[in-house]
Design a protein around this ligand. Structure first.
Ligand SMILES: Nc1ncnc2c1ncn2[C@@H]1O[C@H](COP(=O)(O)OP(=O)(O)OP(=O)(O)O)[C@@H](O)[C@H]1O
Length: 703
């Protein structure tokens, strides 16, 4: 890497670093000019009414925000020199002219084109690009080109920044056989950078195997199995940003959603997309998606497992359609002096036809009056009348028709239906017969019958059942793309809930089978994809670890044969070995001392412990005068210690971790395998160093 002591004013044109700095300075001015252009727009004359004006001015505000020059986020982080000018298919936006080139401006195919790669597109006063968006086709070789396959790139340059200053660069001459392959120092620096504050983007250092996932097409679903710290979350977020760039209009119409396991995790990741200029992506938990009722109760594991089983979907379907009654009486419609009779066999034919069709219960119910009216209309025509559409509508609204529809196909309220299934043993038995055995039915039945939807103490799995029932009645709106993180913890019914939110779109499913800590955790990704309704999804594996140092991941991987046999252990790409220490301690004071020791380092520290031990540790920290925050809260200069219950550790990371009492973490779970998986999660949160403290013997699987 070159780090010449350069003049910050860029006064030496012969020095490459000076030249790059001056390109940075001119790009910044160009960005400022772009922002000023937007700021000076006067919309008074172009908008016909205040609604348009409102919409336009909001769009302008968003655009100004997107064009902000953030002092701590470099405007570009890389440069590519192409041997030839890239073809039109690669040019950004395809319709625009070629990028600014080392050999001058203008069209045509020229040698030696060079492009700066950054977070957003910046162009000069003539509209020629000065910085190309990392998501543009022409930027792709920055992530993919290799000595083996240079993709027409002769030089790849990576830039290093200190604060907002461009201070270093690193070159790879991809077509020079004599140049030795070396791992990027800037990548190493980036992964070693202390982790203070929320998660940040990785645009400057996305790795080739990650980039393949990031840029895979909108049409397909991708499922990524990856051990701790392999970048699954990062990849999922960058994929949304990429898809929004490549399919902006379509996704603006259909919407995108990122699903994470809990609020503190979502808080941790919420800055990444805005930093990439994407402000419109919704983020939530599965529970948020299915919030039809207030959740005030919990289920014992056995009940939750059955309620989350995909067989429940069939029970619900049967229960809903049990409301349909095949008619045995005709309908008599009186209009003026005439009576029209729709015989029972014709009504039956209509009902059976609607049952056979792949439409929702509610949609069929809405279609029924018109179908009956149509029969009446045909009779009218046969008898010489000439009724029009208005007559058909009037017949459909006729009281006799309405009453018949109510009897044949009554409205169903999803929450009430689930309430009845869980309270009424006979009703459940009638619809679960041959699906759930008697014991299973008993397990999910409430101990006491509940009278109303409001009074019920709904659990999270109940809310998912209500969501399934709701979808049987009325089709759920589908989004264009859904990213599902920590997917391994979802039940089949939860996968279905997510799946119906992307029936017409696609999904990115991210997870690690070894980190599944729910009693219904995913056993195989094929099964998960089937429940999601995306059996054709492609499963990819990531095994290079960017978070956990080698010694720590090697130690944690001892658990793998016990928690997920067959999974490939993560191989750390960190050069810094970090440190790892196992300490036998006498009391919590020594745990606190370990935290104090780690807090002497730069960056964040997490104290992770079994949930049951959190109050005692909180007290010990407080009496030692050490401030701490909860997971999801932002670290500050004064408070860099987070006290993390093991149940909330998933997906988070800290520069340094003290892991308190591994056996207690294992014992905190209902069974040993889940306990060991929880321990695996807790052991894999550290970026630079881990101290494991224990008074009790360590779990034998770690021996
Ligand atoms: N290509 C990369 N360059 C730099 N940092 C990276 C890269 N890929 C991942 N990282 C960093 O590694 C850390 C772990 O990434 P991430 O949280 O996405 O992993 P994960 O697979 O979701 O982990 P877990 O299974 O523990 O949730 C993050 O700090 C992330 O920024």
């Amino acid at each position: 890497m070159s780090t010449p002591a350069a003049d910050p004013l860029g006064a030496r044109p012969d020095d490459p670093l000076s030249r790059e700095r001056s390109h940075l300075a001119s790009s910044r001015s160009a960005l400022r000019a772009m922002r000023e252009d937007v700021e000076s727009l006067d919309i008074k004359d172009v908008t016909a009414n205040w609604v348009n004006a409102e919409v336009l001015s909001r769009q302008i505000d968003d655009r100004i925000k997107a064009l902000a020059d953030l002092s701590d986020t470099p405007l570009f982080f890389g440069r590519l020199n192409y041997l030839h000018a890239p073809g039109a298919e690669q040019a950004e936006g395809a319709s625009k002219g070629p990028a600014r080139s080392a050999s001058g401006k203008g069209g045509g195919r020229r040698a030696g084109e060079q492009f700066y790669i950054g977070r957003r597109h910046v162009h000069d006063a003539d509209g020629d690009p000065m910085v190309i968006d990392w998501r543009a086709p022409v930027s792709q070789p920055f992530y993919r080109a290799s000595k083996k396959d240079p993709l027409d790139v002769s030089l790849r340059r990576r830039f290093g920044y200190t604060g907002g200053d461009l201070t270093a660069y690193e070159d790879e001459h991809l077509m020079d056989p004599a140049e030795a392959a070396a791992t990027s120092k800037l990548l190493q620096q980036e992964i070693e950078r202390p982790r203070v504050g929320p998660m940040r983007d990785i645009v400057a250092t996305i790795q080739p195997e990650q980039d393949e996932i990031v840029r895979s097409g909108l049409g397909g679903t991708v499922c990524v199995q990856g051990g701790p710290g392999t970048g699954k979350t990062a990849v999922g977020l960058h994929r949304v940003a990429y898809l929004l760039y490549a399919h902006r209009e379509r996704l603006a119409r259909t919407g995108t959603l990122v699903i994470g396991p809990n609020k503190s995790f979502l808080h941790y990741i919420e800055q990444v997309l805005p930093a990439l200029g994407e402000l419109t992506v919704r983020q939530g938990t599965v529970d948020d998606l299915v919030a039809h009722v207030e959740v005030r109760g919990t289920d014992e594991a056995p009940a939750a497992v059955i309620k989350g089983d995909a067989r429940m979907a069939e029970v619900l379907r049967r229960a809903i359609y049990s409301h349909v009654t095949i008619p045995t009486e005709p309908v008599m419609v009186v209009r003026g002096s005439r009576r029209w009779r729709v015989p029972a066999y014709e009504l039956e034919a209509i009902v059976r036809e609607l049952l056979d069709r792949d439409i929702r219960y509610g949609a069929a119910r809405e279609a029924l009056p018109q179908r009956i009216a149509h029969v009446v209309l045909v009779q009218m025509e046969r008898s010489g009348e000439a009724p029009d559409d208005r007559v058909q509508d009037a017949v459909a609204r006729n009281a006799a028709v309405k009453a018949a529809v109510k009897a044949m196909w009554p409205p169903v309220e999803p929450a009430k239906l689930v309430l009845r299934l869980l309270s009424d043993a006979d009703f459940l038995a009638a619809h679960a017969e041959g699906i759930l055995d008697e014991d299973e039915q008993k397990t999910i039945l409430w101990a006491k019958a509940v009278r109303s939807v409001k009074a019920a103490k709904w659990s999270a799995p109940d809310a998912v059942l209500i969501d399934e029932a709701t979808d049987l009645v009325q089709r759920t709106h589908s989004l264009g793309h859904v990213v599902l993180d920590e997917a391994q913890d979802l039940s089949p019914m939860q996968y279905r809930a997510v799946g119906r939110r992307c029936t017409t779109g696609s999904a990115t499913v991210l997870g690690d089978l070894a980190q599944g800590t729910t009693p219904w955790a995913t056993r195989s990704w094929d099964e998960a994809l089937a429940h999601l309704g995306k059996s054709d999804g492609v499963i990819e594996e990531l095994t290079a670890g960017f978070r956990v140092p080698t010694d720590v991941i090697t130690y944690a991987s001892r658990l793998l044969p016990h928690i997920a046999p067959g999974l490939t252990p993560v191989a750390s790409v960190r050069e810094n070995p970090g440190f790892f220490d196992l300490r036998s301690v006498a009391d919590t004071a020594e745990v606190v001392a370990a935290c104090e020791e780690l807090l002497r380092n730069e960056g964040s520290t997490g104290l992770i412990a079994a949930d049951a031990r959190i109050p005692a540790l909180a007290e010990a920290l407080t009496s030692a005068g050490i401030g701490y925050i909860d997971p999801g809260e932002e670290t500050t200069v004064e408070t860099r210690l987070t006290l993390v219950p093991a149940s909330l550790a998933k997906g988070l990371e800290y520069d340094y971790v003290v892991l308190d009492e591994p056996q207690a973490v294992v014992d905190g779970e209902p069974d040993e395998r889940t306990g060991l998986r929880r321990l695996y999660v807790a052991l894999t949160r550290a970026v630079s160093g881990l101290i494991v403290t224990h008074a009790a013997p360590l779990p034998s699987q770690l021996a």
